[in-house]
Design a protein around this ligand. Sequence first.
Ligand code: UDP
Ligand code: MG
Length: 324
Amino acid sequence: MKLSLIIPCYNEQDNIMPFFEETVKAFQNMPKAVRSLEMIFVNDGSNDMTSRNLKDLYNSYSSVVTVVEFSRNFGKEAAMLAGLRHATGDFITIIDADLQQRPEIVVKMVEHLLQNEDCDMVAAYQEERIEGKLMSFMKNTFYKFINAASEIDFFRGASDFRTFRKNVAEAILSMPEYYRFSKGIFSWIGFNTHFMPYIAEERFSGTTKFSFFKSLKYALEGIIAFTTLPLKLATGVGIFTFALSILYMLIVIIQKLFFGVDVPGYATIVVLILFLGGLQLLLTGVAGEYLARTYIQGKNRPLYIEKQVLKPKSTELNEGNINE
Ligand code: UDP
Ligand code: MG
């Protein structure tokens, strides 16, 4: 049995070697059923020494290491997808390069999969997170909204840190969408998932690549990718305001015809114009967001470009490269 690790790397120069060493150390406790290992590092257009360090690592350990170099930064989602396309293992793990997610947990995930035949995927989730009140509130709102709006369940706190069987990987690869929101994809494909709590460590070196605004953008991507509720809300709001305006129109006409009231009405008119104008722009914007995605998807561009791929040198060596 073979295990593939997929490690997306964006400006992780000082984490590559420690990650490799810690992983090799932790994997000494890997169940004996796992006989070989491959580590697929996807360099997502880093502009530091990541590429150099990955090549050095490859030159020293070319029987286990695969390096995929992107031509520029395409984002973590694209990096995970590339890793999945290159993975040849029976079990596949997605793990960050910064050692926030300890490799010891991968051993536990693999053990769980080995012991539970009917379990297809083990997903790690953070029970408690040290984060600001605003971030926590935003996340709560996001999960409430998306769980109410979409037909699939989103598990709060579950990350991309997962180990799954080959058939799960095939299911993920069968989803051709351009805007990839992995939390949604993992839920959408189904399968028996076991959620395993874990505590995220401090980043070993470097800084996070996900700022508040990047996370907000990512959350909006998720909502647009997995629900059409905003579009339906737009229709609802449109019908509601249309009904109200007909009512108000009748009131104005009746006032004019029967009571002859000729109200100056400047304030009313300005408020109505601004309100309806704003509302129309907002609803057009919502529809535009969906339309733009259809347009981009229609172009059928690849999700990433590979500049170079360094494959494990000897497949013979690659068989049984651990636990021997
Ligand atoms: N990452 C990537 N491309 C990006 C941003 C991040 O491949 O555009 C990788 C990054 O190198 C790391 C993982 O995704 O291995 C998670 O990123 P990070 O640690 O910054 O996120 P956080 O743990 O803070 O959520
Ligand atoms: Mg991290």
